[in-house]
Design a protein around this ligand. Structure first.
Ligand code: URA
Length: 232
């Protein structure tokens, strides 16, 4: 029996729907994404949130007034992250401190001011980059993030990075480096060379708060950011 035009159209729609579902389920960004781009199936500059990737506003919306871990009980403000949604570089820190908790913005205290100076020394401004943290809420007394808090919050960092698709990630300090790279190799060993996060180069370096306590380490951070600038 011959297929009618309507049958063919229906079949085609079914194939398209199952292809979309397949891509949604199997998307391993950015490897598969660039693969699709190369085949011309997704506009190079296009976002594919229509298939599965959320934009930053959607990620923020999903996070909502988060109560997924106990830190909501002690926070003043949730600190989502800020900057250029199409940034070529994303800086990932540990967790908001006191100033960040009050203002609801990442890296605005003393360590943040140092980070801002580093960004300017790299020839950029804060609005050119994206800045966020592993944890979106301040741990009481700035204690270290706990593994359960990291596990609960990490999916939102993953979605932020998926939305931005930066060329380079700079992991600031031990917690950012360990969380992104799934390792517990010391930051002293990790820093200074590129690693990979789903195909995105990651440069771990010392946290600006560490630099405030150990100004001698600024030289190494400067070496690390120069490698980033060269790669960009
Ligand atoms: N330290 C961090 O890791 N993040 C901030 O936002 C501020 C200080």
């Amino acid at each position: 029996m011959k297929n009618t035009g309507e049958d063919l159209e229906g079949e085609l729609l079914t194939v398209i729907q199952s292809l979309k579902a397949h891509i949604r389920e199997n998307l391993d960004f950015p490897k598969n994404l660039s693969h699709l781009c190369m085949r011309g199936e997704v506009p190079r500059e296009g976002r594919i949130h229509s298939l599965s990737i959320m934009n930053l506003e959607e990620v923020r919306e999903e996070l909502g007034e988060c109560r997924r871990c106990s830190l909501w009980q002690v926070r003043k403000n949730l600190v989502f992250g800020e900057g250029n949604s199409r940034a070529r570089i994303v800086f990932v820190g540990e967790a908001p401190g006191g100033d960040e908790d009050i203002q609801g913005r990442p890296f605005v205290g003393r360590a943040g001011q140092l980070l801002t100076r580093i960004i300017v020394a790299m020839g950029m401004e804060r609005k050119d980059v994206y800045i966020c943290n592993i944890l979106k809420c301040r741990p009481p007394g700035n204690r270290n993030p706990r593994p359960d808090e990291i596990n609960t919050c990490e999916p939102f960092l993953v979605k932020q990075l998926r939305a931005i698709r930066p060329k380079i990630i700079c992991a600031l300090g031990t917690f950012a480096a360990h969380t992104l790279l799934k390792t517990d190799v010391p930051i002293t060993v990790l820093r200074g060379r590129f690693h990979s996060y789903h195909g995105i180069p990651v440069m771990p370096t010392y946290h600006p708060a560490y630099l405030l306590r150990n100004p001698g380490a600024k030289k190494q951070v400067w070496e690390d950011v120069q490698k980033i600038m060269k790669a960009l």
